[in-house]
Design a protein around this ligand. Structure first.
Ligand code: ADP
Ligand code: MG
Length: 351
């Protein structure tokens, strides 16, 4: 046997590297929407409107009324690793913004056509500029603009034919986008949201800013969901085991669904925590077997150093310091809430 010649190692073109990386950050249309809406939160917007065409493959447009982007920053806006939110690695400890990597907009320009329209406070007109592969395609053009920023993502994955085909065949992303915005809308109650299909008169998510969480849930998930919810709260201040605060709404025995809805925010980040979800499913199955697929909204606040936010950009799954202790405590709060409501219910039925 003759030994095979080793294949030659060469450096990949930067454009290839960037496109591969971009495909990981922006896996599907809903990931682009999440990044754009989180940028709008970071810009302190009070109104965020989303328009989607063809499940997001033709068009995703996110408009906000936030602080806008400086004219001088437009040339580097969509370069990789450019951000206004983070300077040193240590800042990560205490970061409050959703973003910090400076990768989202850049990624979008490697897999789609990106057009930004923005105006900052005190300006008479805004600017519009398009980007491709990280760079401006032309000088920013002056244009009429209302407060804030509008970002348009067109022809997503135009240069990744396998990804595009896959997404076209699978059930489209529009319902995932509606689901995402519904979750954001019930947490960020001081922001008004809308989400519609391009050309549609009616919005599929539409919420106005309110001070009451239950009002927000009612307007997004409907009257019958809101009617079956109970408030839960927990506060733990024992530095030797865990420090956290939880508040939320959980469904009672009236709420019957085919699958669990768990809307979880940890330090204002929308995340998944499979262990917590399982733990709560177990409590429901044991306490309310007929209503074992609950609706749960929960917001948990922890010391920032107890959560690692620097996970992969698309990984929503988190694990926390003292996770077992926290889960056990939440489980017991939920269990006693369900038991007491069940007893009231039985009492009412008997009398
Ligand atoms: P990151 O959010 O991690 O900083 P992005 O690529 O998402 O990275 O955005 C890059 C920068 O562009 C942000 O740091 C912010 O300064 C600016 N930016 C993006 N979207 C908006 C927006 N809707 N309003 C104001 N500024 C924005
Ligand atoms: Mg961002």
């Amino acid at each position: 046997q003759v030994a095979m010649e080793p294949p030659k190692i060469h450096r990949l073109d930067e454009s290839v590297v960037n496109r591969i990386a971009a495909g990981e950050v922006i896996q599907r249309p809903v990931s682009a929407v999440k990044e754009l809406v989180e940028n709008s939160f970071d810009a302190h917007s009070s109104s965020i409107n989303v328009v989607v065409k063809d499940g997001g493959l033709k068009l995703i447009q996110v408009s906000d009324d936030g602080h806008g982007i400086r004219y001088e920053d437009l040339p580097i806006l969509c370069e990789r690793h450019t951000t206004s939110k983070l300077s040193s690695f240590e800042d990560l400890q205490s970061i409050k913004s959703m973003g910090f990597r400076g990768e989202a907009l850049a990624s979008m320009t490697y897999v789609a056509h990106v057009t930004v329209t923005t105006i900052t406070k005190g300006q008479l007109h805004g600017y519009r500029v398009s980007y491709k592969d990280g760079v401006m395609e032309n000088e920013p053009k002056a244009c009429a603009a209302v407060k804030g920023t509008q970002i348009m993502i067109e022809n997503l994955f135009y240069n990744m034919s396998a990804r595009r085909k896959n997404l076209q065949n699978s059930a489209d992303d529009y319902s995932k986008i509606v689901d995402l915005l519904s979750r954001f809308a019930i947490h960020h109650t001081s922001v008004s949201f809308s989400c519609r299909k391009h050309g549609a008169g009616r919005a599929d998510v539409s919420s106005v800013a309110t001070i009451s969480r239950i009002d927000a849930i009612r307007s997004v998930y409907g009257v019958s969901v809101a009617r079956s919810l109970m408030k839960v709260e927990a506060l733990d201040n024992d530095p030797s085991s865990s420090v956290f605060q939880m508040d939320g709404f959980i469904s009672n025995s009236e709420y019957v669904a085919k699958k669990i809805t768990m809307v979880l925010f940890i330090n204002d980040r929308l995340v998944d925590c499979t262990a917590l979800k399982r733990a709560l499913e177990i409590v429901y199955a044991a306490t309310l077997p007929k209503a074992a697929k609950p609706f749960i909204y929960m917001s948990i606040v922890l010391p920032p150093e107890h959560v690692d936010v620097n996970v992969h950009p698309t990984k929503r799954e988190v694990s926390l310091l003292n996770q077992e202790v926290i889960i056990e405590k939440i489980q017991s709060v939920v269990e006693s809430r369900l038991r007491s409501s069940n007893e009231t219910q039985i009492f009412q039925e008997q009398t």
